[in-house]
Design a protein around this ligand. Structure first.
Ligand SMILES: CC(C)(COP(=O)(O)OP(=O)(O)OC[C@H]1O[C@@H](n2cnc3c(N)ncnc32)[C@H](O)[C@@H]1OP(=O)(O)O)[C@@H](O)C(=O)NCCC(=O)NCCS
Length: 164
């Protein structure tokens, strides 16, 4: 996973805490194409395997990601960046932070579900090395959902490097 942008927006990433929830919820309502309602938010964040991270720029929250630590994988449940800070590598920095742990963890992949109409998100995840691996009917039958996956590939060293 890499982002070749010469200059990424300088941001701070930190864990989401309770004081951030109002602001995160506000951003979700304003800028997410399919915003979660308050119950979805509360339900998700109540789970002990659920992790939230926020991105700050000039001490303001400009984006967030929420993900679940499943038995063998990490599932991105929600990610959003304020429109005026998009295409500056902010989303990539959040995903890269999550992927950073994969080599040292038993969880070797990151998955997510994205609506077929959300082409920007598909392009975003594809640019980071995610591949579409499955397609599911949405519950409301209005549009399909693509399941995308990123797999950590351990580097295979050439056998000639093995010394007897
Ligand atoms: C998807 C999202 C999080 C991406 O965040 P971002 O900070 O803009 O992403 P980055 O700047 O790190 O983009 C990395 C790469 O993704 C691709 N990409 C991102 N936005 C794109 C767009 N609008 N059009 C085409 N490619 C795009 C590009 O390859 C980009 O690299 P480049 O700018 O050097 O060409 C952001 O667009 C967003 O918040 N969308 C609304 C919420 C949402 O749809 N969430 C996903 C739910 S599954």
């Amino acid at each position: 996973m890499s982002n070749s942008k010469a200059e990424l927006l300088r941001v701070q990433l930190r864990w989401m805490n309770e004081c951030d929830l109002d602001r995160v919820y506000e951003l979700e309502q304003e800028f997410s194409p399919k915003p979660w309602g308050p119950l979805e938010f509360a339900h998700m964040l109540m789970h002990s395997n659920c992790v939230g991270m926020v991105v700050e720029h000039d001490s303001q929250i400009i984006g967030y990601v929420i993900y679940e630590m499943l038995e063998n994988s990490i599932k991105i449940s929600n990610i959003c960046v304020m429109p005026k800070f998009r295409r500056k590598g902010v989303g990539s920095q959040m995903i890269a932070r999550i992927a950073f742990a994969l080599p040292h963890s038993t969880r070797k992949e990151i998955t997510l579900a994205v609506h077929e109409s959300n082409l920007i998100a598909q392009l975003f995840f594809r640019s980071l090395g995610f591949k579409a691996v499955n397609i599911c009917r949405a519950e409301d039958m209005k549009e399909d959902i693509y399941v995308m996956r990123y797999r950590h590939q351990p580097r295979i060293l050439p056998t000639s490097l093995i010394l007897n």
